[in-house]
Design a protein around this ligand. Structure first.
Ligand code: PGA
Length: 245
């Protein structure tokens, strides 16, 4: 794992976009794993700008999103379908048939649905590059603490902390989702490459435990080995720069 510490959110977003854009350019048929939340917003903005400048083509790319709230239809403003459309897909030339996001409206046969999602990832050759945020409690996707490292896509009950974090986004308390469909840790670990992004002091504790990804100075606050990570990064730039492209 390579830890990249950047000054602030803007720098994190730019560096992440540079890496994602490089991966898309070197493999036009790339399978991207995509994430929602405030963290990747800056990354998506940068990718949209590159696309608008004629520098980035998604016409052959495929995507699989990490998760979706159970109970929210795609048109619900808090659904991850809506988020992805608003903040990314409606601004780039990603073919809609190549976009996969778990369906939050399923109401039975959850295991079967989740197994199909896994199967679809496999049928597309697996995820080449997975983007991840990290929750205050350390969750990735909606793999709340105690999720098995071997876990696959499944229905997951959200932790109280996550439900509280989400409450402000819903006008009606009864609407706040209690469950989600999420890729598992095992699903994520099968990706060929993972880019975990973190920004802000509220993520410092989670980052200190996960110590991986592109993070800003605030989110790196609790890391004890910051100097070593910088040194590793300098050496990587000299000896194996392809790891950063
Ligand atoms: P955030 O959420 O990017 O909105 O902070 C991250 C997460 O919960 O995975």
């Amino acid at each position: 794992m390579l830890v990249v510490i950047k000054k602030d959110y803007e720098e994190v977003s730019r560096e992440a976009a540079r890496i994602v854009a490089g991966a898309v350019r070197s493999n036009s048929q790339i399978v991207l794993g995509l994430a929602t939340g405030s963290t990747p917003l800056g990354l998506y903005k940068e990718l949209i700008a590159l696309h608008r400048a004629g520098d980035l083509d998604f016409s052959q790319a495929t995507s699989f999103n990490l998760d979706e709230y159970l109970g929210l239809p795609a048109f619900h403003p808090q659904s991850f379908h809506f988020f992805m459309k608003q903040n990314f897909f409606s601004h780039v030339n990603f073919p809609s048939g190549n976009v996969h996001i778990p369906d939050g409206t399923i109401s039975r046969n959850y295991d079967e649905y989740c197994a199909q999602y896994e199967q679809s990832i496999k049928a597309h050759g697996g995820i080449d590059l997975q983007i991840l945020g990290i929750g205050r409690n350390g969750h990735v996707g909606f793999n709340e603490p105690t999720s098995s490292l071997a876990s696959r896509t499944r229905l997951k009950a959200l932790s109280r902390e996550t439900v509280e974090d989400n409450r402000h986004s819903f006008s009606n308390d009864s609407e706040v989702p209690k469950c989600a469909i999420t890729m598992g840790i095992g699903t994520i670990l099968d990706s060929r490459r993972v880019l975990l992004l973190a920004s802000g002091r509220s993520k410092a504790a989670a980052v200190a435990k996960a110590i991986e990804g592109i993070i800003d100075e605030d989110a790196a606050y609790s890391l004890t080995q910051r100097d070593y990570y910088r040194h590793v990064l300098e050496m990587t730039q000299i000896f194996t720069p392809e790891r950063l492209s």
